[in-house]
Design a protein around this ligand. Structure first.
Ligand SMILES: [Zn+2]
Length: 265
């Protein structure tokens, strides 16, 4: 009980600390890859996201996902705070509600999808929701993803079935990494250039699996918030977490953390 209270206190002190300092903290001139999943589990709608992004856009430029990747691949730097957007798990509301908001800011996002979720039967979708995503959201269909691509969206792979790769044997992991790319390319008639591994931390993928990812994809993406832009090589990029229901102050606070191009491992 006491530790519950302490946690509550700690959370709320951190919240008020963030709202206190964030209006005064400058966002450094750097490129951040933001990633989220959905608009939130409550009744937050896309208007809330729009208002927050509008405030953020006064100080931070939004660029397309591919442009951000080009900047990193060509080892360029930015002279202004810049962000791009990506979303994991391929929920329908990203295509239907978040992507239109981003288009209003003349930018796009990359959605990392699991073909096993997109193609899933009702039972399989329920299994993804309960044991892997822990949220009752539904996948965008191939038809919706195709339209999303036609309007300038990018689709990457998040493996076939959202298993924790580090718990799989090499062969099964290879299937998850390579076949998902082939399925996405076949269904959407695109080149699937980017990969984000499920759960996204260092413990969730082995170095050997990541080397395989780097063989088949142009860039890989973690879910690690770190002061380094890169994870273990310049082909694997760390991303900063945010969700559609986060406040402007939270967003701004996290973007104000300086990044280096140091490679961690
Ligand atoms: Zn995921």
């Amino acid at each position: 009980m006491i530790s519950k209270y302490k946690n509550f206190l700690r959370r709320n002190i951190k919240k008020s600390y963030i709202s206190l300092i964030s209006p005064f903290k400058n966002i450094p001139s750097q490129l951040s890859f933001l990633y989220g999943h959905h608009l939130g589990e409550d009744s937050v709608r896309s208007e809330y996201l729009y208002d927050n992004l509008k405030r953020l856009n006064k100080n931070v430029a939004f660029i397309s996902f591919e442009e951000a990747c080009e900047i990193v691949l060509s080892n360029n730097r930015v002279n202004h705070p810049v962000v791009c957007f990506s979303f994991d798990d391929g929920f329908e509301e990203v295509v239907e509600e978040i992507a239109p908001v981003l288009r209003e800011f003349k930018t796009n996002c990359c959605i990392f999808v699991n073909p096993g979720f997109v193609n899933g039967s009702d039972n399989e979708i329920a299994e993804f929701q309960s044991s892997r995503f822990h949220v009752k959201k539904y996948p965008a269909s191939w038809r919706q993803l195709k339209k999303f691509c036609e309007k300038g969206g990018v689709v990457g792979s998040h493996t076939n079935n959202h298993f924790r790769l580090s718990e799989l044997g090499y062969e099964q992991a290879s299937h998850e990494i390579i076949d998902s790319k082939l399925l996405i390319e076949k269904q959407l008639d695109i080149s699937c250039r980017y990969f984000a591994w499920p759960y996204g931390t260092a413990q969730d993928i082995s170095d050997r699996q990541l080397a395989l990812v780097n063989e088949h994809y142009e860039l890989a993406f973690s879910a690690i918030r770190d002061s380094s832009v890169f994870y273990n090589s310049e082909r694997t990029i760390n991303r900063d977490h945010f969700e559609g229901n986060w406040s402007y102050d939270f967003l701004r606070y996290f973007l104000s953390q300086p990044k280096s191009r140091r490679i961690l491992k």
